[in-house]
Write a protein that binds this ligand. Structure first.
Ligand SMILES: [Zn+2]
Length: 269
């Protein structure tokens, strides 16, 4: 097993992860939640934060109360993505922007008082911080978003809008399904081959006949971000597989599709 590069915090009311390199800057609050210590039942047990799940409104709302009270966020500062495995990115300028966010998998802001929130159960959470200009971003990169290079597109947007230098950016690649568990069929491999010149290092055949493969989405996202100009040493891969750690995380694959969602949460201090 790999060493975990995100830090786990086991508090009385909440279990969550932080990213050491981001915390050291003192300019952001950044978290990734787990499934522990919420109030939801059954498939959603227990800290389900997924707004588009079939969990009850009361339970989801109470889970957000627990989150906001423990991590000291104002509930009305939360701005949610509307994820559809797209590569669309939205710049959040003010809280009222929340009404405009449709089919959006990436959020960027440089505004204090805005808290970005994106959702996960195996897909890859990407965290971005431009330390110099104090710009933050989150992106949801499932395999489709990874093929579309959403990570690179976020960096390009930050360069265009905020004059970001990719060398000033820190990246976190959060808990998600690892190369140990992400089995796919030939058509998915074909999509990756179309998008990348040499992907063979990150795709392994599971059986000799070559019907099944595993894909390392962490390494491919790292590659995409390096291609966008981010230095390798600025990228922290959590090395935490959501399917291998089922008592800590909701896992779409591990729970056969019926499951809750964790959240990535970030704001400027
Ligand atoms: Zn695994």
């Amino acid at each position: 097993m790999y060493d975990w590069n995100f830090t786990m915090w086991e508090k009385e009311n909440l279990t969550y992860f932080t990213i050491p390199s981001f915390d050291e800057t003192n300019i952001v609050k950044v978290f990734f939640t787990t499934r522990r210590k919420g109030v939801s039942k059954g498939y959603y047990s227990s800290l389900n934060l997924g707004l588009n799940t079939e969990d009850t409104y009361e339970n989801i709302n109470e889970n957000y109360n627990i989150l906001c009270n423990t991590l000291k966020f104002k509930k009305d500062s939360l701005i949610f993505s509307d994820q559809v495995h797209s590569d669309k990115i939205y710049i959040v300028d003010k809280k009222s922007d929340k009404d405009n966010i449709k089919d959006i998998d990436g959020l960027i802001t440089n505004k204090k008082g805005v808290t970005l929130v994106t959702f996960y159960a195996d897909c890859v959470p990407l965290f971005f911080l431009d330390k110099k200009n104090e710009v933050i971003a989150l992106a949801h990169a499932g395999w489709r978003g990874t093929v579309k290079k959403i990570g690179k597109k976020v960096i390009e947007k930050m360069v265009e809008v905020y004059n970001t230098d990719p060398c000033d950016c820190l990246i976190g690649i959060g808990p998600s399904i690892g190369g140990c568990c992400f089995e796919v069929d030939e058509p998915v491999v074909e999509e990756f081959k179309k998008g990348f010149k040499d992907i063979s290092k990150f795709i392994d055949k599971v059986n000799d006949k070559g019907y099944k493969y595993t894909i390392d989405l962490w390494k491919i996202n790292e590659l995409v971000l390096i291609e966008a100009g981010v230095p390798k040493e600025n990228i922290t891969i959590s090395n935490i597989c959501t399917k291998c750690n089922s008592e800590l995380f909701f896992s779409y694959r591990g729970d056969n599709g019926q499951t809750g969602r964790m959240a990535a949460i970030m704001c400027l201090r």
